[in-house]
Design a protein around this ligand. Structure first.
Ligand code: Q0Z
Length: 286
């Protein structure tokens, strides 16, 4: 990475420019919960997320072109095409949770979708809905209506990213359900290439960009356990932490249990051993 120039930081990822046309996206082992990055890392978390993104990019090429150029041998770095990113988060919800549930409870609607009365928290929706959000620099994205989103990207562009987002979600959610994982919702990002074509970018259907729930524990009517972060959340609740910076250090058993859950998600979804991925990350693209 001698001549990679650092161009951005996320809570748990770093972005570098390789040249005018290519970026390097590096997923760290940092973990955040309740919006705070914890002082303890989860070994291999960044590799699991990079491998899962690669897996989904490879398997959704028939739906939409994507930014992936190569996975590096370290398993946590993705070389990608440098795009002009759209200024909206393309969220798809198949289940009613998080801000979708909050908005529904207050207004009966989510991003302009009027939903049936008397839905419960975590209920499955009859059809997945496209619920765009703004990219708030401060961190917390804000749900917007499709009318507001159209004002940001244009009506034609919006209709196309909505269609693509729903198709990507349906493909992935169907696959994951067969692996015992419910993808309750997910956030996609799209960019435009030099020819003005829409390209699926950033991370693809990872547990950091989605809610993954264990299907065998699904019980609507309240919040669901997180497939990946539940040990961390339970530990944080037990300590009485007030959920402001800094967060607590995680004990070894919570780290090990959480690492095992990330690897379990990887192995279930890819039907590949994680050790095979570590030996040669490109195997996940075949
Ligand atoms: C992704 C982000 C990260 C901080 C910009 N293919 C692309 N072309 C242009 N821009 C991006 C991408 Cl993926 C892009 N982000 C999100 C990622 C650290 C911010 F690793 N920002």
């Amino acid at each position: 990475m001698a001549d990679a120039v650092h161009v951005g930081s996320g809570k748990v990822r770093e972005l570098y420019a390789l040249d005018d046309a290519r970026l390097l996206l590096v997923a760290s082992d940092r973990i955040s919960t309740f919006d705070v990055v914890l002082p303890t890392e989860i070994p291999d978390k960044g590799r699991v997320l990079t491998g899962l993104s690669g897996f989904w990019f490879a398997r959704t090429q028939s739906v939409c072109p994507n930014h992936l150029l190569a996975l590096r041998p370290d398993g946590r770095s993705t070389e990608c095409r440098r795009l002009r990113m759209l200024p909206i988060e393309c969220v798809v919800r198949g289940y009613l949770s998080g801000s979708g549930w909050k908005d529904y409870r207050t207004t009966g609607e989510v991003c302009g979708h009027r939903l049936p009365a008397a839905l419960r928290e975590s209920d499955r929706l009859a059809e997945p809905i496209f619920t765009p959000a703004t990219k708030a620099a401060s961190g917390h994205d804000e749900n917007i209506t499709r009318t507001q989103a159209a004002a940001l990207v244009g009506a034609e562009q919006l209709a196309e990213v909505e269609r693509l987002s729903i198709a990507l979600y349906q493909l992935a959610a169907d696959h994951a359900r067969g692996c015992g994982i419910i993808i309750a919702d997910t956030k996609f990002e799209f960019g435009l290439d030099g020819g003005g074509r829409l390209v699926f970018a950033d991370e693809a259907l990872t547990p950091d960009s989605s809610r993954f729930w264990p299907a065998d524990e699904y019980k609507p009517g309240g919040p669901q356990p997180s497939f990946d972060k539940q040990f961390v959340r339970d530990f944080c609740e037990r300590t009485g932490w007030n959920k402001t910076y800094p967060g607590p250090q995680l004990p070894a058993d919570v780290v090990a249990g959480t690492r095992a859950r990330y690897i379990e998600a990887f192995e279930r979804l890819t039907s590949m051993k994680f050790s095979t991925y570590l030996a040669n990350p490109t195997t996940v693209l075949k």
